[in-house]
Unconditional design. Structure first.
Length: 342
């Protein structure tokens, strides 16, 4: 039976097109320095024209390098972890790395060990773990896995190999913005107890209030969902002394805004609301949401830069923390004073 489909090009085809030996093509592919520039250019030109793709497994046998890293994700469909995962993969490709991923539905010593073992069997040269939950970071802190290991979005107080956004600084700036507007009773809807980011954002809220001589307002717990933010809003809307709320993520802020609207106290006239993340829909809410923007692209770039430095055995010349920005929109304003309109 005949077929019109052509077989993919092999190394011998590149050698013929470039007018060199099979061994010369192999040396060019494997980065040998002992190749004349003109010869290297002919081989690389032939590779491009033929669309040849080297056999990475065979190359690894020669170079003893897989050019592959592993990514372990411990999030569950949330905007932050998903965004970070995507930017890490993009940064890895830009730096010339292949990336293999393992996603964990639950984080235990057993599931994490299995994930790391799986990646090590693929001969990865380093591993990045997106560790939002406290237990994930505790399980990998100060362990030697035989390859460089970088944690993204973990607690910087518990490990030295952590890269991420300065969550505490972002929360501090968000709360300080509300204080500057004149709010003195500022509540906080935080994330789950098991998340390091929720802890850091609560700390930033508390520190900003303390530095302004203000007592903490009402503290409520959510689970990152709009539903939990709505429940928190139903509780807070009856407290007319609370004029501002810092919410630990945009999804919960969406629910809280609806609860206040339904309760007849819409933002920003009756309550100022600040979220965290700057999700794509934040600027299209009614009112548009003031929030803290995390530079996930820069987080991904720095995570790969730190991993790449670890693999090469050099010191990275980068800060581990990425500074966030408060994006001002219409959900925050000066406190409403009924007597001023009487």
């Amino acid at each position: 039976m005949s077929t019109d489909r052509q077989s993919p090009p092999v190394m011998a085809d590149v050698a013929r097109a470039a007018g060199v030996s099979h061994q010369t093509v192999s040396r060019v592919i494997n980065g040998s320095p002992n190749i004349r520039p003109s010869t290297r250019e002919r081989v690389e030109s032939a590779i491009r024209e033929l669309g040849y793709r080297p056999n990475t497994a065979a190359r690894a046998l020669v170079t003893r390098r897989s050019s592959t890293i592993g990514i372990i994700s411990t999030g569950s469909g949330l905007y932050g972890p998903n965004s970070i995962h995507r930017t890490i993969e993009d940064a890895a490709r830009s730096a010339g790395w292949f990336a293999g991923s393992v996603s964990l539905a639950t984080v235990t010593a057993s599931t994490l060990t299995d994930a790391i073992d799986h990646l090590l069997r693929q001969a990865v040269e380093g591993i990045v773990m997106i560790a939002g939950q406290v237990e994930a970071l505790e399980l990998v802190s100060h362990q030697d896995f035989g390859v460089p290991f970088v944690v993204v979005e973990g607690d910087l107080s518990k490990a030295t190999n952590v890269v991420g956004v300065d969550q505490q600084a972002g929360a501090y700036a968000a709360t300080a913005h509300l204080v500057e507007l004149g709010h003195t009773r500022i509540a906080h809807v935080r994330g789950p107890r098991s998340w390091t980011e929720a802890d850091a954002r609560e700390t930033g809220w508390r520190d900003a209030l303390a530095d302004s001589g203000l007592a903490p307002g009402t503290l409520l717990h959510g689970d990152w969902s709009a539903r939990s933010g709505y429940a928190a809003g139903r509780t807070l809307v009856a407290d007319t002394d609370t004029t501002a709320v810092f919410v630990a993520n945009d999804q919960m802020a969406i629910g809280l805004l609806r609860a206040y609207h339904e309760g007849g106290r819409p933002a920003p006239r009756h309550v100022s609301v600040v979220g965290f993340d700057d999700t794509p829909e934040a600027e299209y809410l009614q009112p548009p949401l003031t929030t803290v923007r995390q530079d996930f692209v820069e987080v991904g770039r720095r995570a790969i830069a730190f991993l790449d430095a670890g693999i090469k055995g050099v010191e990275p010349h980068l800060e581990r923390l990425v500074s966030p920005d408060v994006i001002l929109r219409a959900s925050t304003a000066r406190p409403f004073r009924p007597e001023a309109t009487a």
